[in-house]
Design a protein around this ligand. Structure first.
Ligand code: FE
Ligand code: FE
Ligand code: ZN
Length: 282
């Protein structure tokens, strides 16, 4: 099944997101767990969650991807910032357990001059303190553009974090197409080669979700500016290959392109039209 969706505003709650997803032609979606700049989350509304869960199962909506605030830095130099990241992630994971079996994505962090090695170990410390054996939520490390001292721009860094986490069975990776291309992985010219490298370094079973974004900047720019599908340096054919690639086609795809809801509906329809209809697939 083609699982395709986009980032949605969570301000109206889960049922509202489910209804919006359906309207846009999406069967998966992503949302921020709270204001993307951080701060308090909405109170848990168990009625909204129950209504959403029945709506979602009726309409075939699944694979929710919660996104942590992008201001969290699990490897900040200041202890209070790391503590804030730890508390926020612990609270987000606890809240995601109301929607069992979904995913929680975060940006690994920026080591801000402390060095990649210390950064990796601080991120692993955070994960070791927030993961629990009984959680059903899979926590995803997002591949990053490698802007400044950002970690996660190299597959080796993701591997090093995973290796230092005890409950690594709770971890996966979300591959962001804009980020990896900006980071210097040529998914436009050599998608197979990049996936082989990912599998060799991180491991094939870790890849759980794809952020579909074109890039405003050229290959290897380390910039992280998303563009509409087909309007950037990756180009439409790259996305056609990605969504149909045997290694990727069964993963959920989430658009994070600069769009209002109508634009997302158009991109979803466009991607559906590019999805090859091989026998037994759709
Ligand atoms: Fe992200
Ligand atoms: Fe992303
Ligand atoms: Zn980005």
């Amino acid at each position: 099944m083609f699982r395709i969706g986009c980032h949605l505003s969570s301000s109206g709650g889960y049922l509202a997101m489910g209804r919006t997803a359906e309207k846009l032609g999406a069967n998966v979606f992503q949302f921020f767990t709270r204001n993307p700049r951080g701060g308090a989350a909405r109170a848990i509304d168990e009625n909204d969650i129950a209504s959403f869960l029945s709506f979602a199962s009726e309409r075939g909506i699944d694979r929710l991807l919660a996104h942590a605030p992008y201001t969290l830095n699990a490897c900040a130099e200041k202890a209070h910032l790391r503590e804030f990241a730890r508390e926020t992630m612990a609270d987000d994971i606890r809240r995601m357990e109301y929607l069992p079996g979904n995913m929680y994505n975060f940006h690994p962090g920026s080591h801000v001059g402390q060095g990649a090695e210390l950064g990796v170990s601080l991120i692993a410390d955070t994960l070791n303190s927030v993961l629990s054996p009984d959680q059903t939520t899979v926590v995803l490390l997002e591949t990053m553009a490698g802007k400044g001292s950002e970690l996660g721009g190299k597959f080796e860094e993701l591997r090093a974090i995973i290796d230092a986490v005890e409950l690594d069975g709770k971890l996966g990776v979300c591959l962001d197409t804009c980020h990896v291309y900006d980071a210097g992985y040529d998914i436009r010219g050599d998608l197979d080669g990049v996936l082989e490298e990912f599998d060799a370094v991180v491991g094939p079973e870790r890849l759980r979700a794809i952020h579909l974004n074109d890039s405003k900047n050229p290959f290897g720019s380390h910039k992280d500016r998303h563009e509409k599908i087909g309007a950037g340096s990756l180009g439409l054919e790259t996305f056609e290959r990605i969504i149909n690639h045997p290694r990727l086609r069964d993963l959920p795809f989430y658009l994070e392109t600069p769009n209002e809801p109508d634009g997302y509906a158009e991109e979803i329809a466009l991607l559906r039209s590019l999805r090859s209809s091989a026998l037994l697939n759709n």
